[in-house]
Design a binder for this molecule. Structure first.
Ligand SMILES: Nc1ncnc2c1ncn2[C@@H]1O[C@H](COP(=O)(O)OP(=O)(O)OP(=O)(O)O)[C@@H](O)[C@H]1O
Ligand SMILES: [Mg+2]
Length: 262
C-alpha cells in the first residue's frame, strides 16, 4: 500500500479530566475518502483539530506524507497542504464571491512553491493564473450568478458550496471537512456529496457528518468513534453493521437516520 497522506498515531487529548481522544490512530492513503461517524462528543472534531494544529495532543503523533507535523502551528500546516472546514462556515461576510475565491487562490500562490512571502502582491502572471483557475473552478461549481454578491447575501447552501470551492482553490493534499452537510436541506445534501467529489481533485479527504447515509456514500472507508476511541474501521457496510457502532448509537439516533441535528 502507498505511503499514507495522513497518519495519526496513538493520539491522546484530554480537556480537564475528560479524555476527548483516547489512543486514536488513523491512516488516510492517497486519493482516499475516509468518513468519521459517531455520536455527539465522540471526539470527531477534536481529531480534526489535532490534525490541523488547533489542539495539541498530550501524546501521540501526526504525520503528513511521512513528515512529522505534531507541534506545527495551524498556518504552517495549511502551507504544507492541509485545508479544513469548520462546523460553521467561516468566510468573510462583506467579501464578494469573486473576492473570496481570489483570496483563496492568493493563499495558494503565496505559499509553498509559489512563495514570495505572505501578503506580497501577486505578480501579473499569477493574477492571470488565478483568474484562469477561478474560471476552471466555476465549471465545477455553479457560482457564476453570485460572483459579485456578498457572502452575507448568499443562501446557506450557496455559502457552503462557496466554502468548498474556496478550500478546493488551495489544491490541498489533505482536505478535512467537519459536517459539510449540516444544516443543508435534504435535496442539497446529495448535491454537496457530488460537489465534494468534483472539487477535491483526488486530495486525500476526511469527512465528518451526522448524516450517516451521506458520509457512507461519500467514503471509501469509515471510522466510527465513541467516547474518544475508534470503535470500528472498514468498508462502510462493515462498519455500519458492527455491533460496537450499533451500540454507540443506542438511545441516540440510529446510524442510518439522516439529518444533522446536534
Ligand atoms: N476546547 C475544548 N475545551 C474543553 N472541552 C472540549 C473542547 N473541545 C472539545 N471538548 C470536549 O471533548 C469532547 C469531544 O468533543 P468533540 O467536539 O471532538 O466531539 P464531536 O465528536 O465533534 O461532537 P459533535 O458531533 O457534537 O460535533 C466533548 O466532551 C467536548 O465537550
Ligand atoms: Mg464536532
Amino acid at each position: 500500500m502507498s505511503r499514507p497522506v495522513l497518519s495519526v498515531r496513538n493520539v491522546r487529548v484530554s480537556f480537564g479530566g475528560l479524555a476527548a481522544l483516547d489512543d486514536v490512530s488513523i491512516d488516510v492513503v492517497p486519493g482516499e475518502v475516509v468518513g468519521i461517524i459517531g455520536p455527539n462528543g465522540a471526539g470527531k472534531s477534536t481529531l480534526l483539530n489535532v490534525v490541523s494544529g488547533f489542539v495539541e495532543p498530550q501524546s501521540g503523533e501526526v504525520r503528513l506524507e511521512g513528515r512529522e507535523i505534531t507541534g506545527l502551528l495551524p498556518y504552517r500546516r495549511a502551507r504544507l497542504g492541509i485545508a479544513r472546514s469548520f462546523q460553521d462556515a467561516r468566510l468573510f461576510p462583506a467579501m464578494t464571491v469573486r473576492e473570496t475565491l481570489l483570496g483563496a487562490f492568493h493563499e495558494r500562490f503565496t505559499s509553498g512553491m509559489f512563495s514570495e512571502g505572505l501578503g506580497a502582491p501577486l505578480a501579473r502572471e499569477q493574477e492571470d493564473a488565478a483568474q484562469g483557475a477561478i474560471d476552471a473552478l466555476l465549471h465545477l461549481v455553479d457560482l457564476h450568478p453570485y460572483l459579485d454578491h456578498r457572502v452575507s447575501d448568499l443562501s446557506f447552501g450557496t455559502t457552503r458550496a462557496l466554502e468548498m470551492a474556496a478550500l478546493a482553490a488551495r489544491r490541498p493534499r489533505l482536505l478535512l471537512l467537519d459536517e459539510p452537510a449540516s444544516g443543508l436541506q435534504q435535496s442539497e445534501v446529495a448535491v454537496m456529496g457530488d460537489l465534494i467529489h468534483r472539487l477535491r481533485g483526488g486530495a486525500a479527504t476526511v469527512v465528518i457528518d451526522h448524516d450517516v447515509p451521506f458520509v457512507a456514500a461519500l467514503s471509501d472507508r469509515l471510522v466510527a468513534m465513541d467516547l474518544g476511541r475508534v470503535v470500528a474501521v472498514g468498508r462502510p457496510d462493515e462498519v455500519l453493521a458492527a455491533p460496537a457502532v450499533i451500540d454507540s448509537y443506542l438511545g441516540g439516533a440510529a446510524p442510518v437516520a439522516a439529518g444533522g441535528e446536534r
